[in-house]
Ligand binder design. Sequence first.
Ligand code: SAM
Length: 312
Amino acid sequence: MGGSSAGRVLPRYVRVNTLKTSLDDVITYFKRQGYANKGKARSIEELVDFAQKSGKFFLQDLHIPNLLVFPPSTDFHNDSLYTSGHLILQDKASCLPALLLDPPVGACVIDACAAPGNKTSQLAAIVQNKGKVFAFDLDTKRLATMSTLLLRAGVTCQELANQDFLKVNPCDPKYQKVSHILVDPSCSGSGMPNQMRVLTDEAGSEKEERLQALSAFQRRALSHALSFPSVQYVVYSTCSIHQQENEDVVKDILQQHPDFGLVNVLPSWPLRGLDTFAGSECCLRASLTETLTNGFFVALFKRRSPEERRLY
Ligand code: SAM
């Protein structure tokens, strides 16, 4: 696991699934297993130092509640808490979209491109299995895997559909209460350690064509999400490092949907959107060198109130 750049290595991030257990119970479990609890990390630098080590100890993450950080060599694939769905092995950056969307308990939520479903299970944990999480994906196999993972994670508030999100009718009464939508569409995956080389090797024009096709889909998916009549918040994320899939998409969508603005999320997060449009600093970027995560991008859209629209 992991990857390295400038001598940095990804630690093993473990999300505690609060649908099945609690942070305190998991900490007690690990202590009984002989792991030392080193407390809550105070800085990314502390995590960087920690990730150089090996041994039986862990930290609590400084940004994401319910996220534990272990040395890179730690393997939980056979751990009973992992196999029973109490723990989810999820990179820190990929925990950001659901955390920032933060639907209230009992909310009606859509996960537009959901499989294999780590973010869906995180959303279900945030709404405490109350309300509804409608989850769509085009890929039958990935959806089947997702169904198994959600069962294991104790998710019961989901409604899965093997359906093109772009063809979901926003005016269907079924979705009239949808207030929060997570859009994590197909992307180049260029932020994932094993994908970086693939893209660098691709010929320039091929890469450009691929990025254009992906960003066209990403714009359509995001725009479609913003067209749901009751939606208040939409979070957009990719595991891409390319501006074409990130800031460029957000900039165009803001122009097309003046009734939405960006929320300045997680001010303590050090890496912000590239300075390509006014307000791009509201977006988050993530990278191995700066945030000790996979490469990632997140933007949170909020519907403007009538008052805000008047001022805008
Ligand atoms: N959010 C997922 C998670 O955290 O586990 C990962 C999603 S992955 C980046 C993108 C997904 O979008 C793929 O599973 C792909 O099959 C799905 N997808 C692509 N086009 C779609 C469409 N038009 N409607 C719904 N899902 C789509």
